[in-house]
Design a protein around this ligand. Structure first.
Ligand code: 13P
Ligand code: SF4
Length: 359
């Protein structure tokens, strides 16, 4: 639906009034009505870097979800204020790993006598507290665009070629499994799943001892819905169909696809695809619809029978953005995301390790 013209004019006016004091970041899954006001768009890795690259902006308005705004707060100067236009824009995957559960798992690994061999790696899609846990325990943050190098880095930390080293991967089991198996060559048997609701993660001592990758039992409720069967159905219907999916999809889906990568990778893939080519895309629907609209010369379809937006990304809508911008323009700071200094210092260690990774 077209944006309400009155709200568009108000957002423009507030942005103009704030001028250089304001910088608006927009994740690729944001609604069109919001993304039109972003000064930069990106995947979570690019946005983390872009936030850190604007030291002069007094206000960073983050059109995305809570963990991204937290990361931006950690990566920016103390006097810069990060604003999330709707505080209810969380992430169900990030919520699947609570810091108390992770500390409990870490204790259990110590009791099992293997904690010294374990390097924690957390996906960006996690709370600042979990990034801090990784920072103080020799671990690193990764995103879907650098998970391979981050895992390689982690496996080097206890000495190159140390066959005892294990990675605890939080909180997305699918990104962890897809990266470990398809990019690093570990076997499915070397990946085990830690269920935080069971004693010892539901794993026997033998299972833990034999594992190289301990995957937290978390997933994305949006990407988890795509199925390998739908890929088969579409391939039967559409000649020369190409399938590109996000690595948060289940392992069988990624195996059945032609290409896998972050949202930024998916966009570049479509941009460089020849006119007339057909693409089924397995990622959030706002992005797929935008790609279909901006590439009318290509046949672009969504890899699911049903509509599935990320409900929390969609919480950021034009009314919330206008409210946040107008409040700032009037001198009222609303919805500021502030990570406490101790957590921030430890989380920064893990985020900085990610930013320092090669590539
Ligand atoms: P990227 O931005 O790394 O592609 O991740 C997608 C996502 O799920 C963000 O919530
Ligand atoms: Fe979280 Fe999935 Fe939404 Fe990304 S798409 S914010 S991982 S629920």
């Amino acid at each position: 639906a077209p944006s309400d013209p009155d709200l568009v004019a108000r957002a423009r006016a507030a942005k103009e009034k704030l001028g250089e004091r304001l910088f608006v970041l927009g994740h690729h899954y944001q609604r069109d009505e919001v993304i039109q006001f972003a000064d930069v768009t990106g995947d979570s890795f690019k946005l983390a870097r872009d936030a850190a690259a604007r030291p002069d902006a007094e206000f960073i308005v983050f059109c995305g979800v809570h963990f991204m705004a937290e990361s931006a707060d950690i990566l920016t100067a103390p006097e810069q204020k990060v604003i999330l236009p709707d505080l209810a824009a969380g992430c169900s995957m990030a919520d699947m790993a609570r810091i108390a559960q992770v500390e409990q798992a870490w204790e259990a690994l110590a009791e099992a006598g293997i904690q010294d061999s374990v390097v924690p790696v957390t996906y960006m899609n996690s709370s600042a507290a979990i990034k801090a846990f990784c920072g103080r325990n020799g671990g690193v943050v990764c995103t879907s665009s650098n998970a391979e190098v981050a895992l390689e880095w982690a496996f080097q930390q206890k000495g190159a070629d140390n066959r005892d080293t294990k990675v605890l991967f939080l909180p997305d089991q699918h990104l962890g499994r897809n990266t470990a198996v398809l990019q690093l060559g570990y076997s499915l048997d070397e990946c085990v799943v830690w269920n935080p609701f069971k004693p010892n993660g539901g794993l026997s001592a033998e299972e833990l001892a034999g594992a190289r990758v301990i995957l937290w039992k978390g997933h994305c409720s949006v990407h988890g819905r795509f199925s390998a069967d739908v890929i088969d159905e579409l391939r039967a219907k559409v000649p020369d169909l190409n399938v590109v999916v996000h690595p948060e999809c289940q392992h069988e889906v990624v195996l059945n696809a032609d290409l896998v990568g972050s949202t930024e990778f998916i966009i570049k893939t479509i941009e460089s695809a020849p006119a007339g080519s057909s693409w089924a895309i397995g990622t959030e629907l706002n992005l797929v619809q935008r790609l279909a609209r901006t590439h009318p010369d290509k046949n672009i379809m969504f890899l699911d029978r049903n509509v599935c937006y990320c409900a929390t990304m969609n919480r950021i809508d034009l009314p919330h953005l206008v409210w946040a911008l107008e409040s700032l323009a009037e001198g009222v700071v609303v919805n500021q995301i502030e990570v406490d200094p101790q957590t921030e210092a430890e989380a920064l260690v893990a985020l900085q390790r990610m930013l320092d990774l090669p590539g």
